[in-house]
Design a protein around this ligand. Structure first.
Ligand code: NAD
Ligand code: APR
Length: 239
């Protein structure tokens, strides 16, 4: 909605401290499928069977196949205009931090510096047993850890694992002191990231392709594609 876009542009200019929270919907316009939309990853794969510590230990072939497919998919794609706009906004002091549930590293690739990866990064490979860092190529070639022979895995947070303390705490402190929180492209279905918006006393804006009951907690809801809406707001800010 154009008036929603105009309101967001004025709130962005007024705010002293703005934090953005993004999910998989921020990267679908880079052709990376999200999880819970019709075309999402989880539609034909049950998350509890692959993105879990159990799968890592009991069904490494399936675990490896799933994450190799995601890594190869990412190699063919890149951040889109929406990611670049968020980077320009950080450069202009319009936003102070991005907390993301995404593991694609696109906010960092687009140039943002204050980025907190709540679910880790798929590009950081480590041994599941001794945590020695290793390379993406060794993971893709299904090699074992060169130090202890353990299994290699991407540094993403699996169901059942806890979030990286540092990222989580810093994201929370940014949200707490924000007078504007903009949530983009997430179904808000997964805890504890889904609790972040409720931790601010500031204004809350939700930009999402599908608006459901989660939207009721927001002061402003804009239904639509992240890239398109960020472009419209950006034009009003004449950046
Ligand atoms: P979960 O959805 O089961 O929630 C984690 C714990 O919090 C569970 O004990 C659950 O009972 C509790 N919980 C859930 N919603 C809550 C709420 N609204 N209020 C209070 N407590 C709530 O998540 P999980 O299966 O334990 O996964 C842990 C983390 O791993 C999640 O934060 C998730 O984001 C992350 N994860 C990452 C990936 C990935 O591919 N990167 C995949 C799956 C999960
Ligand atoms: N613009 C805006 N919203 C979009 C777009 C888009 N181009 N494309 C999809 N969406 C919306 C979808 O409608 C959906 O509501 O983004 C949301 C994506 O939600 P999910 O697929 O559930 O992804 P996310 O919320 O990031 O999942 C959270 O679950 O499996 C775990 O760790 C994984 O980080 C992930 C977490």
């Amino acid at each position: 909605s154009s008036d929603g876009v105009a309101i967001l542009a004025s709130w962005l200019k007024e705010a002293r401290h703005t934090t953005v929270l993004t999910g998989a919907g921020m990267s679908t316009e880079s052709n990376i499928p999200d999880f819970r939309s019709k075309s999402g990853w989880w539609n034909n794969i049950d998350p509890r069977t692959v993105a879990t510590t159990k799968a890592l230990k009991r069904d490494y072939d399936l675990f490896h196949e799933f994450y190799s497919m995601r890594i190869r998919g990412l190699e063919k794609c890149s951040p889109h205009k929406g990611h670049k706009i968020l980077s320009a906004w950080e450069g202009r002091g319009l936003i102070q931090a991005i907390a993301t549930q995404n593991v694609d590293g696109y906010h960092i690739a687009a140039g943002n510096e204050s980025v907190y990866e709540l679910h880790g990064s798929i590009h950081k490979i480590r041994c599941d047993k001794c945590s020695t860092p290793d390379s993406i190529d060794h993971f893709l070639d299904k090699e074992s850890c060169h130090s202890c022979g353990g299994k290699l895995r991407p540094g993403v947070v699996l169901f059942g694992e806890t979030l990286p303390e540092e990222s989580w705490n810093t994201a929370m402190s940014h949200i707490r002191k924000s007078d504007l929180v903009i949530v983009i492209g997430t179904s808000l279905e997964v805890y504890p990231a889904s609790e972040l918006p409720s931790m601010t006393n500031g204004r809350k804006v939700y930009i999402n392709a599908e608006i459901d009951y989660h939207a009721t907690q927001f002061d402003l809801t804009i239904e639509g594609k992240a890239g398109k809406i960020l472009k419209q707001v950006n034009e009003l800010l004449n950046l």
